[in-house]
Design a protein around this ligand. Sequence first.
Ligand SMILES: [Ca+2]
Ligand SMILES: [Ca+2]
Length: 275
Amino acid sequence: QLQLRLFSFTLSETDVGANPVQVEIGEFDEAIEVVEDVVAENPCLNYHCKKGKVCEVDESNTPMCVCQDPSTCPEVEGDFEHICGTDNKTYESSCHFFATKCTLEGTKKGHKLHLDYIGSCKFIEPCVDSELKEFPLRMRDWLKNVLVTLYERDEDNNLLTEKQKLRVKKIYENEKRLQAGDHSLDLLAHDFEKNYNMYIFPVHWQFGQLDQHPVDGYLTHTELAPLRAPLIPMEHCTTRFFEQCDADGDKYIALEEWATCFGIKDQDVDKDLII
Ligand SMILES: [Ca+2]
Ligand SMILES: [Ca+2]
């Protein structure tokens, strides 16, 4: 009996006084209107959500960011997009990682969960003190070489700004510059002492590249991720190095802390060099 009543209700709804032609025209008009509405008024179109969230509209058509369901992340084949979290769990991709982190928002666990490095979780050798001292030597030299390479390849001014180019030009044209290569730690240390000035700008430049969300003179764990995440699987002192960079332990790396980490003297730390 219940089934019967439902059936008759449906029938009366669709059949109310309509002749077939009217129904067709009506539906056609409506379809066009709906499409236009979606294009013009989809509040999610230009609504930006941070990683791990997607835009949805509520009942009043107001856009809001909600946690993405990890199962809606694009399927990844193979393990090349794997992410190791600080919980030592392997995530299929950064999408899966950030979606999971979002669902833990507000919890202690979520607060502590960060993207640790690119790749599946693996055993990373502990970094001993002597190795930790070597790390900034190689990192500084690498930063300098990255900048010089960008300078050499920058034909269309896309890689460096004019101001940055002026700075790098001085390094590039300096005859005393240690050329890129596999140098001994002694040579790197010696060069840092002798050509100290060449290292000041690259250290500032890298800080500026990372300090973007927001630009405030402090690096969060997330801002640091583009540099440290690919580095950790290759350089086992990365984590310890950046941890001790945060000298006051407030979880942010200030420009002063950053510069000190790379051996830049206090008097040479200059936020105006972040150009
Ligand atoms: Ca920042
Ligand atoms: Ca700090």
